[in-house]
Write a protein that binds this ligand. Structure first.
Ligand code: AMP
Length: 466
């Protein structure tokens, strides 16, 4: 695995050359330049990354002016056809970092006189229009919410863009927990980019409803989360359906031994991009800890929600460790007239979708959720994240806290810590390399530990043994 530096200057010409289609894609760009005056385009930083003018225009319309660090690093490498492993903090713009160059590549190759860019017997050449139901890009996501979010981003990036046969590029999403029929119908209508969770995709493959034989680009997003969720067997099965000469991109918040192992299995000579620290919350997050007696947590949470400096304008995501706690905390808040909704995996898909929608559009300004909402979910302007208790792992802490201060904004992350949870919290602090000050609120804080001499302690021990 090679490491990409500040830019793609370390490109390996041999690697680029051994994929003539992709080299051809790049060479084709001047022929398809569109609309804009070259002078204008040169001033667009996204244009400097090698994206075609049409993509740069789309990005500008969406409102992105400057590429984020992961975009600056990843886009040129992906456009050159490299396999990439991206290690990036949450909220760094990684969806666009992989979607933009992949859409760019789709447009370029499908316009190259309609020639398919691969000739394997997996059923290639769909971009000439014969097999419009066969995706060329496959993005795997660990949760339905993330899959829907990538669908949204992809639909926005491809708006108005057409493939060689004049069809608008289509993105289709498949995930479990909802009717498969609707998804099947959606696939048949045309599918250039397929976003999927592993379980449902495996079902569809098993029933031969979909073929992945035309996939040229495979993306494993939130790879560490997929492994945590036990998706490895499904991922292995899915990848046997994808042509081996695809381009593979893996994104993960952390680079563990397991991720390296998976990368060895799925990628070919990948470039490694790391943006920011591996285990640190984003710079813009102010982290706070409130020491609190366990039984006083609901009351303190209520007090904090009501007293946030910008209460009313605040948009708060409260994390609990269990579904049961999420229900309980949401109930307590609702009872106290806090506009609250909840999200966890015991809810039906439509309940989950509605909860997210209601939180996103401001109907409720507080969402109580389990870790199902901790990875990658992009909800604008979350001002506060509250951990009702410290999560079990430092990675989960980083992910949860990463729901605020996204896209270089600022936010506040509060963790409620009872005395029994102190060791867990201290471990998290050690792993993220930050010591967080404890705040005590009178009436909620635990009593100070009783100072005891060794003799007193010995006496107490002897007494308790009797
Ligand atoms: P992601 O990490 O992909 O979930 O993206 C986090 C947020 O950053 C999303 O709301 C994106 O729309 C936004 N974003 C991504 N790239 C840029 C950019 N270059 N400029 C401004 N916002 C961006």
């Amino acid at each position: 695995m090679k490491s990409a530096g500040a830019s793609n200057k370390n490109q390996d010409p041999a690697k680029t050359n051994d994929n003539p289609a992709k080299t051809a894609n790049r060479a084709a760009k001047p022929n398809i330049s569109l609309v804009r005056d070259a002078h204008d385009l040169e001033s667009l930083p996204f244009f400097d990354l090698g994206l075609i003018p049409e993509m740069c225009e789309r990005v500008a319309t969406i409102g992105y002016t400057t590429p984020t660090p992961i975009q600056r690093e990843a886009i040129p490498l992906i456009l050159e056809g490299h396999d990439v492993i991206g290690i990036a903090q949450t909220g760094t713009g990684k969806t666009a970092a992989f979607m933009l160059p992949l859409i760019d590549s789709l447009l370029c190759s499908s316009r190259l006189s309609g020639h398919p860019s691969r000739t394997s017997d997996h059923g290639s050449g769909n971009h000439s229009g014969k097999h419009k139901e066969r995706p060329r890009v496959l993005v795997l996501e660990p949760t339905r919410e993330l899959a829907m979010q990538v669908l949204e981003a992809s639909t926005s990036f491809t708006q108005g863009m057409k493939s060689s046969d004049g069809r608008l590029l289509r993105t289709v999403v498949v995930y479990g927990g909802v009717s498969q029929r609707t998804q099947e119908r959606d696939i048949v209508k045309g599918c250039d980019i397929l976003v999927a969770t592993p379980g449902r995709l495996n079902d569809l493959l098993g029933q031969r409803v979909i073929s992945l034989g035309s996939v040229e680009f495979l993306v494993l997003d939130e790879a560490d989360r997929m492994l945590d969720m036990g998706f490895l067997p499904q991922i292995k099965r899915i990848t046997t359906h994808v042509p081996p000469d695809r381009q593979t991109l893996m994104f993960s918040a952390t680079l563990s031994h397991d991720i390296e192992e998976l990368a060895r299995r799925l990628t070919h000579d990948p470039a490694l991009i790391e943006v920011g620290g591996r285990r640190k919350p984003a710079e813009g997050v102010t982290q706070k800890i409130f020491s609190v007696m366990r039984l006083k947590k609901p009351e303190l949470l209520l007090k904090l929600l009501k007293e946030f400096p910008d209460a009313g304008a605040a948009r708060t995501l409260v994390f609990t460790r269990t579904k049961h706690d999420a229900d309980r905390v949401a109930h307590v808040l609702a009872h106290a007239q806090v506009p609250v909704t909840k999200l966890h995996s015991d809810l039906t898909q439509s309940e989950r979708t509605r909860a997210l929608q209601d939180f996103k559009n401001g109907k409720f300004d507080t969402l109580v959720a389990t870790d199902v909402a901790s990875r990658g979910l992009d909800i604008e302007d979350i001002t506060h994240v509250v951990n009702y208790e410290p999560p079990m792992s430092p990675d989960d802490y980083v992910h949860r806290v990463g729901r605020t201060a996204r896209a270089e904004k600022t936010g506040i992350a509060i963790t409620l810590v009872s005395p029994e949870e102190e060791p867990l919290m201290r471990d998290i602090e050690k792993r993220i390399g930050t010591e967080i000050e404890r705040t005590q609120v009178e009436g909620y804080a635990p009593p100070p530990p009783i100072e005891m001499s060794n003799a007193e302690r010995r006496r107490l021990k002897g007494w308790s043994r009797r």
